[in-house]
Write a protein that binds this ligand. Sequence first.
Ligand SMILES: [Zn+2]
Length: 236
Amino acid sequence: MKRLYPGGKAKVFTVSYDDGVLQDVRFVELLNKYGIRGTFNLNSQLMRDEFAWTHESGMVVKRLSPSAARRLYDGHEVASHTLTHPYLDHAGRSAILREMGEDRDDLEQLFGREVRGFAAPFSFWSQEMAECARLCGFEYARISEESRSFTPPADRFNWRAGIFHLSPDLESFVDEFLMTDRELAICQIVGHSYDLDAANMWGRMEAILRRVAACSDVAFMTTLEIVRYLTENAIL
Ligand SMILES: [Zn+2]
């Protein structure tokens, strides 16, 4: 018999968005409107600094302050994305542990809840980083590389993103997901909400969310909830 997600749903849809920027306010509103649950990967030091940078489009991308973010993500997962968003390629173990551990502690304090997910900054992954994530008590580590697959990942500490939202194949990937018969199919969209402004794609994103929300065989869970469900059921 085919295994199912909670509520007897055949498949699960989720989003995982990085950096905690101002456009998350509009994006979370959209998710809430359709009952879709997401994961938001935050850098606590950059929130405190209200870090800003200029995107190639000329738009200034701003981080949410701790006070602006405090209640925003209620009902969604808050996960670590390191303290300062560094390139970890040449970082030693102690620097990686500090970037992960301090960010997790800060976020737990700010949001008053446990933080057990991790998303790596840039497109970095190494065995060392995966080990550090485990040591810090994270239950999974998501990376930016796309799997373009609906299959649950074999290694939750090398969790490839489903699809990046700027992909021209975004709609066809979602179409395929809605039609697939694959057991325990997962569709995970990743990105940064400032891209929705820069690429003027709020309408496209809302159309996708509306379509998925209308499907009765799709569950809506955060990445951590999916990881826990699959782990508890001996799938991961
Ligand atoms: Zn990032």
